[in-house]
Ligand binder design. Structure first.
Ligand code: CMC
Length: 431
């Protein structure tokens, strides 16, 4: 933690208080209110944490107005075009880009942990066939603490490291198996001669009767999807992981909590919700009807894949993802796919509509990632698991940072209580 650079004055109930102000390396100053309750006897009120910094961090920085996303200082555009997912994982976890030997060592460590404990096969079989792959992933990742006892002690740095590598290495296998189970196909085991993205594609699309030859353009697009989703600062699922971890819970339990939070349609579930919306729209001629619904104040409907809590100009991840979407659509020749045609028209219609421009609602990363995944042949139910797989490194990096922080305290928000005050219990006969 840095030293205060100035103070802020607060006047409450006729008394003045001075609060320390910290200046970050980038972004707005932060007023330290930690002593506010003990000194002034008041809480602050900030549902949705729109103005509250819950931690200090050196991992990821977002400037929503500029449309900038930095990991350890490197722009997402540079990382998505010049780097690759495992290198970005190293950067997020350890703070620096790896040397060639460091990268090779890291890739070997990840590759050596791609298999799941064989007993986990029975765990999968306990799920209903029609279970959503996110439900399976939440369960299986949570259950890892029952299979990998030797990496659950959060106070041991070595165990934390092993848990981190295990989670990054096994997540593609866990997600691919959730998919295979849901479609009734046998599990495909990882192959360690393939790169991370190709291995995942093969585990999803190969069958014992016929191997799957990985197309390098698709593998590159998959790797970009992983890279673009790798971390995103203190979003809902990351904050969930931090909050769960603040109690001392083991890493597998914390990441399972993050996966559960990510599933919601306002967060990682948006890519599935977006494709389902495109299917519902069906054909481009129905777009005006849906745009009108999205603009109607009395209708809760929102255009899925549009808007962002932080990016209010454009989502820099969406710019890169759009290029990838064009490459994949060119390769697969899917111009005649009605869903994809509808997506392209919807993008045009929303971008030229003043409502969306005024409210700064632009297509976000999930709009384009959904299109790519649909074109690759993934069912919509796999979109959020792929997001979860990609985000695992972000969750772990933030978790590791938090555990190593001496200021780490159990998270315990306050509330503005508006319920009844103490009242006398009335017996049931008299109610
Ligand atoms: N369609 C239509 N209107 C919208 C939309 C939308 N997608 N998003 C926001 N608005 C309107 C909203 O009705 C509100 O209007 P008004 O000011 O008249 O009340 C205004 O824009 C501001 O909305 P908000 O809910 O206060 O904004 P927020 O920053 O809290 O919400 C959001 C951000 C992402 C939850 C929201 O834009 C949304 O629900 N989008 C659709 C879901 C989606 O695509 N989520 C994925 C986000 S990217 C993946 C990730 O990082 O998790």
């Amino acid at each position: 933690m840095t030293e205060p650079t100035s103070t802020a004055k607060l006047s409450v109930h006729g008394n003045d208080y001075e609060l320390p102000v910290y200046s970050p390396t980038a972004g707005p100053d932060v007023i330290d209110i930690r002593k506010l309750y003990s000194s002034a006897g008041v809480f602050t009120y900030d549902p949705g944490f729109t103005s509250t910094a819950s931690c200090d961090s050196t991992i990821t920085y977002i400037d929503g107005n500029k449309g900038e996303l930095l990991h350890r200082g490197y722009t997402i555009d540079d990382l998505a075009s010049k780097s690759h997912y495992l290198e970005v994982c190293y950067l997020l976890l350890y703070g620096e880009l790896p040397s060639p030997t460091q990268l090779e060592d890291f890739e070997n460590r990840v590759t050596n942990h791609t298999m799941l404990h064989e007993q986990m096969v029975y765990f999968y079989r306990g799920f209903r066939r029609d279970a959503h792959p996110m439900a399976i992933m939440t369960g299986v990742v949570g259950a890892m603490s029952a299979f990998y006892h030797d990496s659950t002690d959060i106070n041991d740095p070595w165990q934390r490291e092993v848990a981190s590598i295990r989670l990054i290495a096994k997540m593609p296998t866990i997600a691919a198996w959730a998919y295979k189970f849901s479609i009734g196909q046998p599990f495909v085991y990882p192959r360690n001669d393939l790169d991370y993205a190709s291995n995942f594609l093969r585990m999803c699309f190969a069958v014992p009767a016929e191997d799957y030859e990985v197309n390098p353009i698709l593998s590159r697009a998959m790797d970009r999807i992983f890279t673009l989703h790798a971390d995103h600062e203190q979003n809902a699922s990351t904050s969930t992981v931090r909050l769960a971890s603040s109690s001392g819970a083991n890493p597998f339990a914390c990441i399972a909590a993050g996966i559960a939070c990510l599933w919601g349609p306002a967060h990682g579930g948006a890519n599935q919700a977006c494709l389902e919306m495109l299917k519902e729209i069906g054909t481009p001629d129905r777009i005006p009807e849906f745009i009108a619904k999205a603009k109607d104040k009395n209708d809760p409907f929102r255009l899925m894949g549009f808007g962002h809590r932080v990016y209010k100009n454009f989502d820099p991840r969406a710019t890169v993802m759009k290029q990838s979407a064009d490459e994949v659509l060119d390769l697969l020749g899917v111009e005649n796919n009605p869903i994809l045609a509808t997506a392209k028209e919807l993008e045009k219609a929303a971008l030229s509509d003043p409502y969306f421009a005024e409210k700064k609602l632009f297509p976000n990363v999930d709009f384009y990632s959904g299109i790519i995944l649909e074109a690759m042949g993934f069912p919509t139910s796999m979109f959020t698991p792929i997001f979860a797989l990609s985000r695992t490194v972000g969750w772990i990096s933030q978790w590791k940072e938090m555990i190593a922080d001496p200021q780490n305290k159990i998270g315990r928000p306050r509330q503005l209580y508006l319920g009844e005050t103490t009242r006398a219990y009335t017996d049931i006969e008299t109610r």
